[in-house]
Design a protein around this ligand. Structure first.
Ligand SMILES: [Zn+2]
Ligand SMILES: [Zn+2]
Length: 143
C-alpha cells in the first residue's frame, strides 16, 4: 500500500478515521490513533470524548444498580426478620389467648398480626421482583 499523499512512499500506517494509507511524514498522532489530517484528528478526538463520556455514564449507572441491589437485599433481610418475629408473636399471643380462653383477645391480636404479616409478604414479593428486574438489567449490559 502506498501513502495517499506521496505515491512513491510506502504507507506504514492508516488514518484511523478515513483509513487512507499514510507514510511516516503524513501521520498526525491524535492520542487516540493516527490521523491523516487535522479534520480527521479532530474527528478522532471528538469520538474519544464521546466514548469517554459514554463509558463514564455506563460505570455510573452500574454503580447505581449495585447500590440499589445492596439496598434491596438489606431491606429483604430486615423484612424477613420482622416477618419471623411477627409469626412468633402471633403464635405466642394465640397460645396465651387460648390458654386464658379469651376469644376476643385472640381475634384482635391475631387479625392485627395477620395484616402485618400479609403486608410484609407483599413487600417481600415486590422486593424480589425488583431484584429480578435489576439482575435482568445487569445481564443486558454484559451480554
Ligand atoms: Zn483521514
Ligand atoms: Zn505521505
Amino acid at each position: 500500500m502506498q501513502c495517499y499523499h506521496h505515491q512513491q512512499q510506502q504507507a506504514h500506517a492508516l488514518c484511523k478515521h478515513c483509513h487512507k494509507g499514510l507514510c511516516a511524514s503524513c501521520t498526525l498522532d491524535s492520542g487516540w490513533g493516527l490521523a491523516c489530517s487535522e479534520p480527521c484528528r479532530d474527528e478522532l478526538l471528538a469520538q474519544q470524548a464521546a466514548w469517554r463520556k459514554n463509558s463514564q455514564m455506563l460505570a455510573a449507572s452500574k454503580t447505581a444498580t449495585q447500590l440499589l441491589t445492596a439496598h434491596l437485599v438489606q431491606r429483604r433481610r430486615h423484612t424477613g426478620m420482622l416477618l419471623g418475629s411477627m409469626v412468633m408473636l402471633l403464635l405466642f399471643c394465640l397460645a396465651i389467648g387460648l390458654d386464658r380462653g379469651n376469644k376476643d383477645y385472640v381475634l384482635t391480636i391475631g387479625a392485627l398480626l395477620v395484616v402485618c404479616i400479609v403486608s410484609s409478604l407483599l413487600r417481600l414479593r415486590a422486593n424480589s421482583r425488583a431484584l429480578a428486574q435489576l439482575a435482568g438489567q445487569g445481564d443486558n449490559e454484559t451480554g
